[in-house]
Design a protein around this ligand. Structure first.
Ligand SMILES: NC(=O)c1ccc[n+]([C@@H]2O[C@H](COP(=O)([O-])OP(=O)(O)OC[C@H]3O[C@@H](n4cnc5c(N)ncnc54)[C@H](O)[C@@H]3O)[C@@H](O)[C@H]2O)c1
Length: 249
């Protein structure tokens, strides 16, 4: 799967799935644009990529989003792949709590609105290269919540799934593909970041295969969907969840 001389933007590239994807794209010859907020973590990942463009930015900030696309175009003149991977959740007490709307706004801003915005900004350039977009959703966008306080995260990812379908319809006449990948549990920093009381091992019995994925497994799928080998695939949602969705209790 060669990405030689392709320009690939990966958001949330400082850790987990995004870091793995950035490293793999770079190994396959891409010029990777690594977007993230944590400078120390970004530098550590950048050291494993060959001359990446590192952009410190908050994808939910409109000026930062414009800067991501402008800096990419200024340096490379084109965009071939946009991987909308940055995502998060915030602990909250749900509908009957008093922090629901604050959490809703913050989560939807990052997990959905920022992706819509980056798509709008990148689309004219993707049309020129007949490029594609890979959005990282979650099984949480398909299944009922499996722990309290997940409502906003689930809704943001469900919205992202349908945005992918709509964007694929709108951009397909221009030769641009748009797809989603929905991972189940993947061993990354996300539990720590969202201050979740859950451990990765607590997810084991929720999967048919009794295992948690590693970030590289999702990155593999990202590269496949972004490659020319997947030229017939658009508007699809690829689940990689160790059988979590079809597990009966
Ligand atoms: N790990 C899992 O079990 C799992 C399961 C399903 C889906 N996902 C999704 O995978 C994606 C990657 O998550 P991960 O598991 O690698 O977690 P992670 O916490 O290791 O990585 C998330 C990355 O997104 C970045 N990010 C978050 N908000 C941002 C913002 N506003 N601007 C810029 N960067 C921002 C973080 O800094 C981090 O680099 C997310 O969209 C997440 O929802 C993860």
């Amino acid at each position: 799967m060669s990405f030689k001389n392709k320009i690939v933007i990966v958001t949330g590239a400082s850790s987990g799935i995004g870091a793995s994807a950035a490293i793999m794209f770079s190994k396959e010859g891409a010029h990777v644009v690594m977007v993230g907020r944590n400078e120390t973590k970004l530098s550590a990942v950048a050291a494993k990529c060959s001359s990446p463009l590192v952009i410190r930015a908050d994808v939910a900030n409109d000026d930062d989003a414009r800067r991501i696309i402008n800096e990419t175009i200024n340096k490379f003149g084109q965009i071939d792949v946009l991987v909308n991977n940055a995502g998060m959740s915030i602990k909250n007490d749900g509908i009957l709590g008093n922090d629901m709307m604050t959490a809703y706004d913050a989560i939807v801003n990052v997990n959905l609105r920022a992706i819509v915005h980056l798509t709008v900004l990148a689309a004219p350039y993707l049309v020129k290269t007949k490029g594609n977009i890979v959005n990282i959703s979650s099984v949480a966008g398909i299944m009922a919540p499996f722990s309290p306080g997940m409502l906003n995260y689930c809704v943001s990812k469900a919205g992202l799934n349908h945005f992918t379908v709509c964007a694929a319809v709108e951009l397909s006449p221009h030769g641009v593909r748009v797809n989603t990948i929905s991972p189940g549990p993947v061993r990354t920093d996300i539990l720590e970041t969202v201050k979740s009381p859950l451990t990765w091992d607590s997810f084991l019995p929720l999967t048919l295969l009794n295992r948690i994925s590693e970030p590289e497994e999702v990155a593999d799928l990202i590269l496949y969907i972004a490659s020319d080998r997947a030229k017939s695939i658009t508007g699809s949602n690829y689940v990689t969840d160790n059988g979590m969705l079809i597990k009966r209790t």
